[in-house]
Design a protein around this ligand. Structure first.
Ligand code: AMP
Ligand code: MG
Length: 353
């Protein structure tokens, strides 16, 4: 009897030890949301130690917030937000003098110059004065008067954005010029946040910054992450599902910040050549490793005619999915293996704009 009891105890102990071992090697999830850059940002990370996961997410948000503050162009002079923002200080000194900036802002501006050139001016962060008269930053955007628009357009000029790498200064030559990093800051901050997470040894993570998706490694199911691309004119429905590993998918669309005027959809992605909303596409999704580059390119490709966008995506070796203004789906050939139509039953997916 005693022997049987001892055997049972040992068996029980063995079972507990086995369970504990399984539990210790199993991945745990930690996730958190914060409202930043006008968007709800979700970060989720997977790993064995919950404390490490929590610290990594907290630090990743701190990094995103720091970059968001440096890049914010909305704060008014005299506020703490204004003093914290390199972009506010650059804009305030337009036509006056160069401004010393952080390494991050300098890098964003260099990237912006590079892709402004590559896109033939479709991507242009000096769009600030035109954005301001449309009022997209506020609650009541309006179609601007033609003369006011023409005047603001004269200040949209990448050649008058002077970068001095040695002194790390930035100068806007013309008074009234204004930088707007709305098309790059979220993606850039997301990429930096992923690097923070990697420093904690984490190999599986996802950041969803309102449509800017960056995944690290494979999903906790040890398969590629499934990312939904929203159908631009059918709220709640997906147009496609992408499989992603260690990469980003960033969407620019005409359906999340817009108003109707003169029977037209007036949205916030402007063609710098005309000052009016770009009209070739409803939605453009770029797949490439770096979320900052993906963010820039989604905006640039949204402005370009689809044929030109596809050509440039091929040259830059990035993948691209376009839903054009007439509802056609166009894509780079490399996307075929990782893209499938959304199943009507509602497929399993992580997130997407
Ligand atoms: P996204 O959603 O990434 O395409 O960025 C849109 C935001 O980028 C707008 O809200 C503006 O702040 C800014 N923007 C609009 N048009 C352009 C453009 N042609 N080039 C660069 N930035 C732009
Ligand atoms: Mg963008």
């Amino acid at each position: 009897m005693k022997l049987k009891h001892a055997a049972l105890t040992i068996l029980t102990l063995l079972a507990v030890a086995a369970l504990a071992a399984v539990y210790a090697t199993r991945n745990r999830e930690y996730q958190s949301d914060q409202f930043l850059m006008d968007t709800l940002i979700n970060i989720r990370v997977y790993g064995k130690d919950t404390e490490t996961l929590k610290t990594a997410v907290r630090e990743a948000f701190t990094e995103m917030r720091r970059i968001a503050e440096l890049a914010d162009h909305f704060p008014q002079p005299g506020t703490a937000g204004f003093e914290a923002s390199d972009i506010c200080r650059i804009n305030a000194q337009a036509g006056l003098k160069p401004v010393k900036v952080s390494a991050e802002i300098f890098e964003m501006l260099e990237l912006s110059k590079k892709y402004a050139d590559l896109s033939g001016g479709a991507f242009d962060i000096t769009i600030g004065p035109v954005m301001a008269i449309w009022g997209f930053g506020g609650k009541h955007p309006v179609v601007p008067q033609k003369t006011a628009l023409a005047k603001a357009l004269q200040l949209v000029d990448m050649k008058s954005l002077v970068l001095d790498p040695a002194a790390r200064t930035v100068f806007l030559k013309k008074p009234g010029m204004k930088l707007d990093l709305g098309a790059i800051a979220k993606g850039y901050a997301t990429e930096k946040a992923i690097r923070v997470i990697q420093r904690y040894g984490i190999t599986s993570a996802l950041i969803d910054a309102g449509g800017n998706i960056r995944v690290l490694g494979r999903s906790p199911r040890n398969s590629p992450w499934k990312i939904g691309v929203k159908a631009p004119r059918k709220p709640g429905e997906l147009a496609a599902v992408l499989s992603l590993e260690d990469s980003s998918a960033v969407t620019s669309g005409d359906y999340y910040r817009f108003f109707e005027a003169d029977g037209k959809r007036m949205h916030h992605i402007l063609d710098p050549r005309t000052g009016y909303p770009a009209g070739h596409s409803m939605s453009v999704t770029v797949v490439t490793k770096d979320a900052g580059v993906a963010d820039i390119l989604s905006t640039a490709f949204f402005v370009l005619e689809p044929a030109k966008a596809l050509q440039l995506a091929g040259a830059l070796k990035t993948e691209l999915l376009i839903i054009s203004a007439d509802g056609k789906t166009l894509q780079t050939p490399g996307l075929a293996g990782s893209l499938r139509p959304a199943s009507p039953s509602g497929s399993l997916y992580e997130q997407g704009r």
